[in-house]
Design a protein around this ligand. Structure first.
Ligand code: ADP
Length: 491
């Protein structure tokens, strides 16, 4: 094996943290570096047995965990956030190695963002407050926010550390115990985080089981001892998980796909704005994460009067991004996660080309023997009904559509089964107010294409999901239930 320029987890290579101890399943799982296409290491491949053990440990620990003051639980999350921040660079390198997300533009920011999420929830955990009801003299009626019990969280590979931090924080802050199942493509940064966490939380409170979706994931989603499933990933698997949870009326939070519109008004392309708008479009598309983001603004609606000014700028900016090994500090865009995803992106682009689309930048990607390096691609001449305009490509592929009539453009933008995010670039306040009302999406950004911020409620509508994350409100709504207590003090 080549000399590693990142640090592997040590205990975490066992794969499973169960009841405070590292347990290695008999089967193992190779983890590949998508930039270099070599096997980084092997970790444990857990299944039903490990999930059973982790659920039992979590059930045993949960009542005592819930009984602790919220401030103590919060302090432990803050401690984990501080430890992660202190190890930010080494964790970021590990993340870049396993996900293919460039260290410079993505992985460093993700490590810092994940620490920020843990610290945010560490601070707001004390806001687990209830309500009182004024029933009159002699009566006291109030609600408390009670944890649901044992939570199973299943996360994908595209920003595993950030999503792991969200799932850990939301479940633990309000008194649940957790079994976290990272994605088989990118579990290493999570295992490192679990190492940092292992001596912070009491045994059984935070458990990790690595393995495949079909084995460990399905076992977790179907386990009768799991009160709630929180899933981030594809819509297809989200639906399977919903079905599994419905059979035992378990609670579910889903954060699924998107095909988010990015809408350009002429006044956002005034000479003093056009540069920032073009950069905003590139950021919204998440080109720097190979387009592997469910919030990607992947359908660009450009007012026809500014098309000729804006599109060359956007194309230039996308084409100027350097693609290469995610661990190379000069690289803007790393590698697509695996061969299957890479081939799927190639198919989408080839199909659109055969339907008559043309390239503003990029080309039909070819299968490669090197890393799974994508080409930032912008397509025009697309019909909104084509697969490339309707389905989530999960690659750096932006479809650009000109618009003239606002009502027609809104109808097209909303004509999707998704409703996760939207981006609007406009200067006029009335336009902004009208558009933020008209567009169906869980999160609308105006004049920027940034990432999630701790404290915001982030979640999708339509088939993009159920529930919201990143905020204390989201945690209270989705990870607790209201217990009502009515006391006749003087019966
Ligand atoms: P992607 O298409 O982005 O890989 P998936 O939805 O397939 O996303 O995977 C997201 C997470 O869901 C991963 O942790 C994966 O192991 C898990 N997963 C996949 N299939 C199942 C399943 N049948 N049951 C439970 N979890 C699954």
């Amino acid at each position: 094996m080549a000399i590693l320029d990142f640090e592997l987890p040590t205990d975490g290579l066992a794969g499973c943290l169960i009841d405070g101890a590292w347990v290695r399943p008999t089967a193992s799982l190779p983890i590949e570096n998508p930039s270099r296409r070599d096997v980084i290491c092997e970790i444990g491949r857990g299944g039903a047995a490990e999930i059973d053990a982790a659920v039992a440990a979590a059930r045993k620990a949960q009542k005592a965990w819930a009984a602790r003051p919220a401030s103590e639980r919060g302090a432990m999350l803050t401690e984990l956030g501080n430890r992660l921040a202190a190890h930010g660079e080494t964790v970021a390198r590990l993340l870049a190695a396993e996900t293919g997300n460039a260290i410079k533009t993505q992985s460093r920011g993700e490590a810092a963002g994940a620490a920020g999420v843990l610290k945010y929830y560490g601070g707001v955990a004390v806001e687990q407050k209830g309500e009182t009801l004024p029933l009159g003299p002699g009566m006291i009626s109030y609600t408390t926010r009670e944890p649901l019990g044992v939570v199973g969280s299943i996360i994908p590979w595209n920003s595993p550390l950030q999503l792991g931090a969200v799932k850990i924080s939301m479940a633990l802050a309000v008194g649940n115990c957790l079994i976290l199942k990272p994605a088989e493509d990118a579990p290493l940064a999570i295992l490192r985080l679990a190492e940092l966490a292992a001596d912070i939380f009491p045994p059984g409170v935070f458990n990790v089981v690595t393995g495949t979706g079909e084995e460990a994931g399905a076992a977790l989603a179907n386990h009768p001892g799991v009160d709630k499933i929180s899933f981030t990933g594809s819509s297809e698997i989200g639906k399977l998980i919903s079905h599994a949870a419905a059979d035992r009326v378990a609670k579910v939070t889903l954060e699924l796909g998107g095909k988010s519109p990015c809408i350009i008004f002429p006044d956002a392309c005034a000479p003093d704005r056009i540069e920032a708008t073009a950069q905003g479009v590139v950021n919204a598309m998440r080109f720097a994460r190979q387009g592997q983001s469910c919030t990607a603004g992947s359908r660009l609606f450009v007012h026809e009067s500014v098309w000729d000014d804006l599109m060359p700028l956007v194309s230039e900016k996308a084409a100027a991004m350097t693609v290469g090994d995610a661990l190379d500090d000069s690289v803007d865009i790393g590698a697509v996660i695996n061969e299957e995803r890479y081939a799927e992106i190639c198919r989408y682009v080839a199909e659109a080309e055969s339907q008559g689309a043309s390239f503003l930048t990029g080309e039909t990607p070819r299968e490669t023997d090197g890393g799974f390096y994508p080409i930032p691609t912008i397509l025009k001449g697309i019909d909104n009904s084509w697969r490339i305009a309707r389905e989530e490509v999960f690659g750096p592929v932006l479809v650009a559509l000109p618009w003239r009539d606002e009502a027609e453009m809104i109808a097209q933008a909303n004509n999707t089964h998704y409703g996760l995010a939207a981006f609007i670039f406009a200067r006029d306040a009335a336009t902004i107010a009208r558009m933020t009302r008209a567009i169906d999406a869980g999160w609308i950004q105006v004049n920027q294409g940034g990432g999630q911020i701790p404290g915001m409620s982030y979640g999708g509508i339509k088939q993009s999901g159920v529930g919201s994350e990143y905020s204390i409100e989201g945690a209270l709504e989705a990870y607790t239930f209201r217990k009502s207590v009515t006391i006749a003090v003087e019966p």
